[in-house]
Design a protein around this ligand. Structure first.
Ligand code: FRU
Length: 491
């Protein structure tokens, strides 16, 4: 049951300054990582790291929301509260259809959440075993949750960072696999029943980015041309390409025991600064849907929102793509977002040189989607601005073959000196034209370039919505497409 009726929700948590209109946010207070995402009986459950006592990180609970379409969310009561074993840190949830855990009753299938219990006292005493993995289960399709009495189910062997279990069923060997962040590597465990866990292997001590501790991993299969591959996501903080927190990935093989990567270089699912700790939904079949925390630990506790802090990214679907550079991960905004679309407006396709005037003068005060396609490989920039001299620039630079987002003049930057920067993403595609889709909300932009091969997510805090659009280029060019589609608010 939603905490508030619809009308009330809208007035209290729909219109404040910087309140995202197409992204999930808690009605009030602090959120960070999305957790325990599971799809069951037509409902997408989203849990998240939540502190109901303030708008800075604090003792963690699991907040809860549900959606039928990955776009509109109902806010629900807190699902998991801290207990004598500790705070409720990040984790995942599965549908235990075969009742391997024995937690099902009277033929009811249990949904089982696997999360990290973080014992504050143990941390203060400087012990090394204060993070342990525990279970909670639901017998009413995810509405209410009961902690398992045998917690913790996976005890810490003496590793200070031992957390964020992502569990999935490995059908070939009829067992559960847990992908766990263990300081500077991933440790895989397996279990027949979610209660007793056996160590399988470790991955990554010598591979990938190691600028910070590894957190919130995910492991899932995707198929390309009839071949199955495994994708391993690993969030790291700090050490992301544009500073602070970010999520790297590996594509490879998993045999139930060991992950073997195909490539050794570090790749990132998103080169912007504001997509962290994301994982995919379980129980969605071959479709892999992802949501991340649209923030960065560098400034997350300082961003200038008042009654709440934190949002998720839009839901995205992962696909694989292969070309001469090997196999890459591609990210698409979920197609369900189309339900928000109003009528698309086409803009002039001829772009002159130098400063160009905003192309549309009708005021776009809410979120919108912008699409652009070039007819050749050429530098250009899309300038989103407002009458208060706020400006956000998203573009492609041919000489360095990079996309960028420049938020230096987009609005309030004063809260943290690392915030006002230009961020870059390498172009992965070798295609001859560039296509990009932007999802622009009141306080964020999500860039999907070349069908999602280069992705960037950045937040910003403008005085007024950035509703004016112009396109600039160093040399005159004619675009194949330039259009925007105003989007309805989800609230
Ligand atoms: C990632 C993270 C997780 C941890 C949680 C605590 O942002 O640090 O590793 O479980 O946040 O809120």
């Amino acid at each position: 049951m939603p905490l508030l009726g619809c009308a009330q929700q809208q007035s209290q948590a729909g219109t404040e300054k910087h309140r995202p209109q197409i992204h999930f946010t808690p009605e009030t207070k602090w959120m960070n990582d999305p957790n325990g995402m599971v799809y069951y009986k037509g409902i997408y459950h989203l849990f998240y790291q939540y502190f109901p006592g303030g708008i800075k990180w604090g003792p963690m609970h699991w907040g809860h929301a549900t959606s039928k379409d990955l776009v509109h969310w109902d806010r629900l009561p807190v699902a998991l509260y801290p207990d004598s074993l500790g705070l409720i840190f990040s984790g995942s949830a599965v549908v235990d259809s075969l009742n391997t855990s024995g937690l099902g009753r009277d033929g009811k299938i249990p949904l089982v959440a696997i999360f990290t219990h973080h014992d504050m006292k143990g941390e203060e005493e400087k012990r090394s075993d204060f993070q342990n993995q525990s279970l909670a289960y639901s017998l009413d399709e995810g509405k209410t949750w009961t902690k398992y009495t045998g917690n913790p189910v996976l005890k810490n062997p003496g590793i200070t960072d031992f957390r964020d279990p992502k569990v999935s069923w490995y059908p070939e060997q009829k067992k559960w696999v847990m992908t766990l962040a263990t300081k500077n590597r991933i440790t895989f465990y397996s279990s027949p029943d979610l209660k007793s866990w056996k160590k399988e292997s470790e991955f990554g001590e010598q591979l990938g980015a190691h600028g910070g501790v590894w957190e919130c991993p995910d492991l899932f299969p995707l198929t390309l041309n009839g071949e199955k591959y495994y994708v391993l996501l690993i969030s790291i903080n700090p050490g992301a390409p544009n500073g602070g927190s970010g999520t790297q990935y590996f594509i490879g093989d998993f045999d139930g025991n060991k992950f073997t990567p195909l490539q050794s270089e570090t790749r990132w699912i998103d080169y912007g600064t504001d997509n962290y700790a994301g994982i995919t939904w379980s129980n969605t079949g071959s479709r892999k849907v992802f949501i991340g925390w649209m923030n960065n630990w560098t400034y997350a506790n300082q961003v200038p929102t008042e009654s709440w802090r934190g949002a998720t990214t839009i839901a995205r679907e992962f696909k694989l793509f292969s070309d001469k550079n090997g196999i890459s991960l591609r990210t698409e905004p979920v197609e369900e977002l189309a339900t928000l679309a109003r009528a698309t407006v086409n803009l002039p396709k001829a772009v002159g040189t130098g400063e160009s005037k905003p192309l549309n003068t009708t005021s776009l005060s809410g979120p919108y989607k912008l699409k652009l396609q070039t007819s050749s490989l050429a530098s250009f920039s899309v300038v989103l601005s407002n009458a208060a001299k706020g400006k956000l620039v998203v573009g492609y630079d041919k000489a360095s073959n990079r996309f960028y987002i420049d938020r230096r003049e987009a609005g309030n930057n004063a809260f943290n000196k690392e915030f006002a920067k230009i961020h870059y993403a390498p172009r992965i595609s070798s295609g001859k034209t560039i296509s990009l889709t932007l999802f622009v909300d009141v306080a964020s932009v999500e860039l999907f370039a070349d069908n999602g091969l280069s992705v960037m997510t950045d937040v910003f805090f403008p005085e007024q919505p950035l509703g004016l659009i112009s396109v600039q280029a160093p040399a005159a060019l004619t675009l194949k497409e330039l259009s925007y589609t105003p989007l309805k608010s989800i609230w």
